[in-house]
Design a protein around this ligand. Structure first.
Ligand SMILES: C[S@@+](CC[C@H](N)C(=O)[O-])C[C@H]1O[C@@H](n2cnc3c(N)ncnc32)[C@H](O)[C@@H]1O
Length: 304
């Protein structure tokens, strides 16, 4: 077989994984959202966590920003399907559309560039993406600016100092080994069929330095950084999430992870290799699930 099956490389598949959904629900349940009116969802992806926030804040409208137009398109479809009025904005603009409940506005743009007036939101969140931002102090400072005094800043992240209990390293080691062997087999099949081999072009990936190049903070470092940027941490939780082979296969298929784990291979090849070999990684390590810890923080902006 020389053709690769089509694989969904967006975040949508993992966003529906039962373990991820349950973790996000539990994260959102801890947040005091009942009276929130204007939510800023940074790196909103397909809207998986924004939807949970809106369900918990029935009077709120949401403004979602993501760098990736594909994720923004999926988010628009998902919110429309749920009955929200959806506005698409060409790049984040300083002028916010009038927002009422059951309205979502979406823009392609960067979480590090927030051209909104001071105090525009009473809640900002960034679900499972803050580890992708290099200058976290600058991010927290600009979020502090666009929040009104007393506004909430909530985030969760699966990448912080403490996310991988030592025992899990064996699974990730086995996964990379199996995925690389999977690619080698497919490359050999292609060559046998008279096609070009699958090549790894070192240095090609733009994402891997972002995902793994940033230093991961400890919970105490997060507390300190937020305090220095004008926030009081009101809740900090570490959650142990158990991933089975379905969870690993769906997160491995996501291009953001595949490009980081197997940088330099064509992304659809890396995605499929990780998706196909997730079960082998768990088998080789002699387990059926792997623990992954998430950090969840909710902070309140101090009145200056
Ligand atoms: C792991 S996904 C999380 C998506 C969503 N928050 C969720 O939890 O379902 C990470 C997302 O961050 C986006 N992203 C990465 N860097 C970004 C940045 N600087 N500004 C905006 N979005 C960014 C990616 O495009 C991707 O959609």
């Amino acid at each position: 077989m020389s053709d690769l099956a089509a694989v969904d490389t967006t975040y949508d598949r993992f966003a529906h994984d039962p373990a991820y959904v349950a973790a996000n629900r539990a994260f959102v349940e801890r947040l005091p959202l009942a009276s929130v009116k204007r939510i800023l969802d940074l790196a909103c992806g397909t809207g998986a966590v924004g939807q949970l926030m809106l369900a918990a804040a029935p009077e709120a409208g949401l403004y979602g920003i993501d760098l990736d137009p594909v994720q923004i398109g999926l988010a628009a479809d998902n919110y429309t399907r749920l009955g929200y009025a959806v506005g698409r904005i060409d790049g984040p603009s300083g002028t916010l559309p009038a927002q009422r409940g059951r309205r979502v506005d979406l823009a392609v743009g960067s979480a590090t560039d927030l051209p909104f007036a001071a105090g525009s939101f009473d809640c900002a969140m960034i679900a499972n993406a803050i580890h992708l931002i290099d200058d976290k102090a600058a991010l927290a400072a600009s979020i502090s600016r666009v929040l009104e005094p007393g506004g909430l800043f909530a985030f969760s992240s699966g990448f912080y100092a403490g996310c991988w209990p030592p025992v899990t390293q064996q699974v990730y080691y086995e996964w990379l080994k199996e995925a690389t062997a999977w690619i080698a087999r497919h490359s050999a099949e292609r060559v046998a069929a008279g096609e070009a081999p699958i090549r790894r072009v070192r240095g090609k990936s733009q994402l891997s330095p972002v995902a793994y190049g940033n230093r991961w903070l400890t919970p105490d470092e997060w507390r300190q950084l937020l305090s220095e940027q004008g926030f009081d941490v009101i809740d900090l939780n570490e959650r142990a999430v158990m991933f089975n082979h379905h969870s690993l296969a769906s997160v491995g298929a996501y291009s953001g992870l595949a490009e980081a784990q197997l940088s330099g291979y064509p992304v659809e090849v890396a995605s499929q290799a990780l998706a196909e070999t997730a079960v082998l990684a768990l088998d080789s390590a002699g387990v059926t699930e792997v623990q992954h810890n998430w950090i969840e923080i909710c902070a309140r902006r101090r009145a200056m």
